[in-house]
Structures are given as structure tokens and as C-alpha cells.
Design a protein around this ligand. Structure first.
Ligand code: ZN
Length: 84
């Protein structure tokens, strides 16, 4: 009787571990990837609109290579960032 109870409890733990491995972890990976894509799109929108990608300062009309507000190097529209 006791061994059967322990066996059921062990089965429950094994199923819980498999549930985490095959359901929760892939979901977390997808959420993380989605957030990175959103961040990349937000950065690209700032570049296109002429704003500093670091602080959001309006860089239109400014010819220096660095942002006068935060000192970040201006991002080029041609830069490609890997989304990994
Ligand atoms: Zn800036």
C-alpha cells in the first residue's frame, strides 16, 4: 500500500517535470523572442524617425556623430542587428 502511494507520487512528479520541460520552457522562449523583436522594431522606428536610440532625443537637424543629450553614437539606418 505504501509503495503504491510513493509510486503514484513519483509519477506525479515525473509528469510535472515533463510538463515544465515541454510546455512552460518553450512558452518562455517564445515570449523572450517576441520581446526582442519588439525591442528591435522600437529601435528601428526611433532610427527612422530621427531620434536617439539610447535616450530618444530628437536628432533631426543635428550633424554631429554623437547625441548631444547622452553622447551615444548615432545609429545608422543601414546597420543590421541580429535578432537571436
Ligand atoms: Zn541620446
Amino acid at each position: 500500500m505504501l509503495t503504491r502511494h510513493v509510486s503514484q507520487r513519483t509519477q506525479m512528479w515525473v509528469m510535472a517535470i515533463f510538463g515544465i520541460l515541454f510546455c512552460v520552457l518553450p512558452l518562455l522562449i517564445v515570449i523572450r523572442k517576441y520581446r526582442r523583436i519588439q525591442e528591435q522594431q522600437n529601435t528601428n522606428m526611433k532610427k527612422v524617425a530621427g531620434f536617439c536610440v539610447a535616450c530618444g532625443y530628437n536628432l533631426r537637424g543635428i550633424t554631429s556623430a554623437r547625441c548631444p543629450e547622452c553622447g551615444a553614437v548615432r545609429a545608422s539606418l543601414n546597420e543590421n542587428h541580429d535578432i537571436a
